[in-house]
Design a protein around this ligand. Sequence first.
Ligand code: NI
Length: 168
Amino acid sequence: MLDIYRYGDEVLREPTKDVTKFDDALAMLVEAMFDTMIEADGVGLAGPQVGVGSRLFVVDTRREGERLAFINPDIIETSDDSVPYEEGCLSIPGVYHDVMRPSRIVIRAQDVEGRHFTLEAGGLLARAIQHEYDHLQGKLFIDRLDDAERAKVIAQYEKRSKGRRRHR
Ligand code: NI
């Protein structure tokens, strides 16, 4: 299992670089990211969250055909609408908030073997992809909330993490 970096860790805010080597090390990293994500009960996990400054993320919505690795991704189209959906993040565990985002996207990326693919997605898959894609820009879902909402979510998170530390 990989360590998941938390809100406040600088690595979550740092820029990411393209993946250039599609080798065994990359395949092993991606497998470890899937395992870590499933163990933590998440639907997505991005490189920066495990301390890797590379443009890659994994998504598994637990629906058939939706266990996907995205290497060097680009969201090339987004629908014109903006819809709410409750999001959480393995780097800010235990807090959730509705975030507005387009309901459908088209993404172009490479798989672990370097093959290019294009995918159109809606629903939870589109949501997870956009959330993880933000991580590659050093962006967290709370950055998309207004100031009052963000302050509330951060306060909830800090209260939870303090409580957890006391119990150790
Ligand atoms: Ni996240």
